[in-house]
Every structure is written in structure tokens, then in C-alpha cells.
Design a binder for this molecule. Structure first.
Ligand code: ADP
Ligand code: MG
Length: 316
């Protein structure tokens, strides 16, 4: 067997639990359940752009899948299958072993089949494509928010961005719980169960990958509305309370990599949303204004620097 096929066989071939046909043919085969449609998404992690070249491979295997499952969560879809396109500078068994272990641990936790992929040589890059199923016509899109909806977020925000700054030596303040923050950066937990629970309740949803203001901005744009966020309500990990205000604002409002869910739900559903737990109401969707306004305790807008990350944006 060629080294390429041996590698695929050794690390990335497991019998699929759901797919009609998995790794090994020209295509995988998938039959969606009756009454469901497919939700499809892909995301790439590039060495030097999304992670340090010496990043822990187990964490990378986890994160590459996690960020994709987060997109399925944000539609209210059930994760089903994944395709992995892996570009490697060289074959390093220890690296592959750890990467595969990180990947499979999360894949099994979410009952996801790896049904195919591609393996090439070149600068390290990891592309995952995921397939999920969601009840026909029911997916929680970005364009469904209504004026007067409550705006909610899951978990807390800014931990991953602060961890990144700590790792890069860009934060001089002493910070509590550094290890917990690094977990937020390296092992995001896709909010799949919450996404499913919100399917019959919420109007619109997005996952927070590029920063709260940027991502809620996408909800606003697609829904033709504005949003008002009360800064005092936005949840953040304890470590962020230790840093200076400007860094706190940057991490919580514009930091990326949180992979929490931001969603708009009717005010009449407030107690139903509350009952799901792990969610915080941070503001509301408003008509007649554009974009996202973050308000301080006195109701004045807070200026947000650098809202979100854009690979092709101008260097700031
Ligand atoms: P083809 O030349 O037909 O595109 P390949 O030779 O690239 O197929 O791959 C052979 C089989 O292995 C295919 O089923 C493909 O989906 C699968 N495969 C290749 N690389 C990976 C990978 N990194 N992870 C999972 N499956 C893979
Ligand atoms: Mg082929």
C-alpha cells in the first residue's frame, strides 16, 4: 500500500455508523432522513494564521472539528458526518497519532462519521467539511430576527481572545485562571445541544467566531435590523475582570474564537430560553437603526475597536 493510503487507513478510517458508504471510494454516500434537509459547512485552519506551527496536535484535531460543529450548532442542525482535507509538510507519526486522537474523541462524542477527505503534502493546513441534518425549512438562519426580539448569548465571551494575548505576551496584567482561559482557546465546545433546543424557540442564530459585535452585526444585516447590547450584561470569564478596560472591551466584544451562540428570540419566550440554562440576555433587536450599538450603564454608546477579524481587511 502506498504511504498515503496507509496513512489514511491507519488514522482516518473507521466504520461509519450512519453513512451508507464511508472512506475508500470516490465519494461517500449519505441518505438524509425523511423530512430533514442537509446543513453543510467548511472551515480551514492554516498554520501561522489560525494556530502556531508548534501547536499541540491533539488540540488541533479537536478544534478543527469543533469550529465546524459550531456552525452546525448555529443552524440548529444535528451533526452527522465530516470530510477532512489535510495538508502536511511531512509524515510524522506522533503528530498524526495525537491529531487523530483529538479529532476522534470529539467525533465520537457527537456521533459524527468521518466519511472522506484528501491528503496532500504542503504547508500545514486543516480543512474540515461537515454535514448535518435539520428539519426541513426549520434551520435557524441569520435572517430571521424580528424587531423587539431579545438578544441572547451562551456561555461567556472573550476568554479565548485573552488566552491568545497571554500566550503572545501581549497582556501584562496578572490574570486568574489562565489554564481555564487556554481551554477556551484550544478546546472550544460546540453548543450543539443548545442549538437543537433553540430550534423551536429562537428566530435567528449565529455562532460567535469573529467577535460578538461583528457576528451580531451579521445577524443585523441579514435581518434588516439593528441591535442594542448592554455592556453590563455581557458575560465574561473571571480572568477578564482583572485586565484593563480597553483590553476587556477588545476581548469580549471583538475577540474571536469563542464559539458561543448568539441568537434572537421573541420576548414572549424569555422564560423558555432562561430555562435552558447557560444563556444570558444581553440586549435586543431594534428597527430603524443599522448595526450594533453597545451601551454603557448610562446608555451612552461604547466605541468598539476592530470589530471582528477579516483575513482580507486592511492591517490595523
Ligand atoms: P480520489 O483520488 O478518488 O479523490 P483519494 O485517493 O484522494 O481519492 O482518497 C481515497 C479515499 O480516502 C477517499 O474515499 C477519500 O475520501 C479518503 N480520504 C483521503 N484522505 C482522507 C483523510 N485525510 N481523511 C479521511 N478520508 C480521507
Ligand atoms: Mg476518485
Amino acid at each position: 500500500m502506498s504511504p498515503e493510503f496507509a496513512l489514511i487507513e491507519q488514522y482516518f478510517t473507521r466504520a461509519p455508523r450512519h453513512a451508507a458508504l464511508g472512506v475508500g471510494d470516490d465519494c461517500a454516500l449519505w441518505s438524509p432522513a425523511a423530512g430533514f434537509e442537509l446543513a453543510l459547512s467548511t472551515d480551514t485552519l492554516v498554520s501561522g494564521t489560525h494556530f502556531f506551527p508548534d501547536a499541540d496536535p491533539h488540540g488541533l484535531g479537536h478544534k478543527a472539528l469543533a469550529v465546524n460543529l459550531s456552525d452546525l450548532a448555529a443552524m440548529g442542525a444535528i451533526p452527522r458526518a465530516a470530510l477532512l482535507a489535510l495538508t502536511l509538510p511531512r509524515v510524522e507519526p506522533a503528530w498524526l497519532e495525537a491529531f487523530a486522537a483529538g479529532f476522534w474523541a470529539l467525533a465520537e462524542a457527537f456521533d459524527v462519521d468521518l466519511v472522506g477527505g484528501d491528503t496532500t503534502r504542503g504547508p500545514l493546513s486543516i480543512t474540515l467539511t461537515v454535514l448535518g441534518e435539520v428539519e426541513q425549512g426549520r434551520a435557524l438562519r441569520r435572517d430571521g430576527a424580528k424587531a423587539g426580539d431579545d438578544l441572547w448569548v451562551s456561555g461567556d465571551l472573550g476568554g479565548a481572545a485573552l488566552a491568545l494575548r497571554l500566550v503572545q505576551g501581549l497582556c501584562a496584567d496578572p490574570v486568574a485562571d489562565v489554564e481555564a482561559l487556554k481551554v477556551r482557546l484550544n478546546r472550544p465546545q460546540p453548543r450543539v445541544a443548545l442549538g437543537r433546543a433553540l430550534l423551536p424557540i429562537a428566530h435567528a442564530m449565529i455562532d460567535v467566531s469573529d467577535g460578538l459585535v461583528a457576528d451580531v452585526g451579521h445577524l443585523c444585516e441579514r435581518s434588516g435590523l439593528g441591535a442594542e447590547i448592554e455592556w453590563s450584561r455581557v458575560p465574561m470569564p473571571d480572568g477578564l475582570r482583572d485586565v484593563q478596560e480597553s483590553l476587556r472591551l477588545a476581548c469580549v466584544l471583538a475577540g474571536g474564537d469563542d464559539y458561543e451562540l448568539a441568537f434572537a428570540a421573541p420576548a414572549a419566550q424569555r422564560s423558555a430560553v432562561e430555562a435552558l440554562g447557560g444563556v444570558t440576555r444581553i440586549g435586543s433587536m431594534v428597527a430603524g437603526v443599522e448595526g450594533v450599538r453597545v451601551l454603557d450603564a448610562s446608555g451612552s454608546p461604547i466605541r468598539v475597536e476592530r470589530p471582528g477579524f477579516d483575513h482580507f481587511g486592511h492591517a490595523s
